[in-house]
Design a protein around this ligand. Structure first.
Ligand SMILES: Cc1cc2nc3c(=O)[nH]c(=O)nc-3n(C[C@H](O)[C@H](O)[C@H](O)COP(=O)(O)OP(=O)(O)OC[C@H]3O[C@@H](n4cnc5c(N)ncnc54)[C@H](O)[C@@H]3O)c2cc1C
Length: 395
């Protein structure tokens, strides 16, 4: 793997840049935060634009609607999307970033044919039903039960923290099919139709006035056995495939976006008045911005490696935990930098001339989630210690 782009890739960059300039302008601004029907429509419309132009599923097989592009082109596309200020994946995140990739790696041909083109066209929105009130970091303790009844499972239980489940059509659902097996050996990975009778979604409101989290209640929901991904009771292995995509490659567009954020903060520091002049006059601040810029570049290189590795092997390795850990901690440090430039009173809503403080407060609170979602930093460190460095397991 080389980090230098080829002449062909640079040609592709020019083509993509031109397309993005028009497409981002045509897409327009996003709708209000709490208007979920509009948010879904907006994200789906962007996904459809990508699909129609041949840019959806850059690395996915062509037979399922993907572009089948080499990793170099995929990386160029991610960079250009961030530079152009293209919409983030939003409600399409789970489908395009880890449910689809899991089906490519672990699904049957019928499952791939049924779901992959629909994800890429923006026909279906997916959510993730992994966590439960008693199973977060210790995910294998999950208790949602699935009992076989002919060619269906009858599923009963509760999920929590399912992001954007209120607009989802389908769900990556983890269930316990082997109640007497050791906990890791009794889990199965199912595709759940969110409109099936017995599925109830209740959104939760959080401290940052967001309502993207949902609880999912499942009361004797019938799920066809044909929706089982991998073998019955082999779901822990499939779960780890999903988690490796979620940690290793799913945040690629967020990571490349950090560059733009940092550049915008440097520009803000250059005009933010302090008692002595402007914030940028502070050599300590300039040094910290320089260090963060180098760290963002290093993290982008790690992401490039993870994407290239996935193109080669089909699934990212446990190395993805390094990417996720570094991304989440750096994203928080950059959110802190924003507060440092604006001044701490801005966090309490104090106005800052020419600056959107409501956005600053939201972004700062939002950044706190990054070290929890997709497995906490402590869990990533455990994974890195045991599966990357080969250190002995903790007690
Ligand atoms: C923004 C966001 C989006 C999310 N989206 C989804 C989603 O769509 N679907 C879904 O299923 N879940 C989702 N989650 C849930 C997420 O996966 C869990 O919150 C996470 O795994 C932690 O579980 P928990 O909240 O139960 O905390 P706990 O597991 O109770 O952890 C509490 C604390 O104990 C520490 N800890 C626990 N075990 C260990 C250990 N063995 N070693 C060291 N420290 C440990 C943790 O690091 C943490 O600091 C989301 C979470 C967030 C924040």
């Amino acid at each position: 793997m080389t980090f230098l782009t080829t002449k062909e890739e640079e040609g592709f960059r020019g083509e993509v840049r031109e397309w993005l300039a028009d497409a981002v302008a045509a897409q327009g601004p996003p709708p209000g935060e709490h208007d979920w029907a509009a948010r879904r429509a907006y994200d789906v419309a962007w996904q459809r634009r990508l699909y129609d132009a041949g840019y959806a599923g850059m690395g996915w097989p062509r037979e399922f609607g993907g572009r089948g592009a080499p990793p170099g082109e995929e990386l160029v596309f991610l960079e250009e999307q961030a530079l152009a200020g293209a919409p983030p994946p939003g409600t399409m995140f789970v489908g395009t970033r880890h449910a689809g990739p899991t089906l490519i790696a672990e699904g049957t041909d019928a499952q791939r044919r049924a779901h992959l083109p629909r994800i890429l066209r923006g026909d279906d929105v997916w959510c993730q039903g992994f966590s439960e009130p008693g199973a977060g970091s210790d995910l294998a303790s999950l208790r949602t039960r699935a009992v076989r009844d002919g060619d269906h499972y009858i599923v009963t239980g509760q999920k929590i923290w399912s992001t954007r489940a209120q607009v989802a059509d389908l769900c990556e659902l983890l269930v316990r099919t082997g109640p007497r097996e050791p906990k890791h050996a009794g889990i199965s990975w199912l595709i759940l139709d969110m409109r099936a009778p017995g599925v109830e979604v209740r959104p939760l409101r959080t401290i940052d006035d967001d309502d993207h989290f949902c609880e999912i209640f499942l009361d004797e929901v019938r799920v066809p056995v044909a929706n089982l991904v991998g073998a019955e009771n082999d779901g822990w292995r499939v779960t780890n495939v999903t988690l490796r995509f979620e940690r290793g490659t799913a945040f690629a567009s967020h990571i490349v976006e950090l560059r733009r954020t940092l550049r915008a903060l440097a520009a803000f520091a250059a005009v933010r008045r302090t008692r002595a002049g402007v914030a940028w006059d502070d050599p300590g601040l300039r040094r910290d911005v320089g260090v963060m810029a180098a760290e963002v570049t290093a993290l982008w290189r790690m992401t490039q490696l993870a994407i290239a590795e996935t193109a080669r092997t089909g699934v990212p390795s446990a190395y993805g935990s390094l990417v996720k850990l570094r991304y989440s901690e750096l994203a928080q440090a950059i959110a802190d930098l924003h507060v440092r430039i604006a001044g701490r009173p801005a966090l309490g809503g104090a106005p800052v001339a020419g600056h959107d403080t409501a956005r600053l407060v939201h972004d700062h609170l939002w950044s706190l989630h990054t070290t929890i979602a997709a497995g906490t930093s402590q869990i990533q460190r455990n994974v890195i210690a045991e599966r990357v460095l080969g250190l002995p397991k903790g007690p």
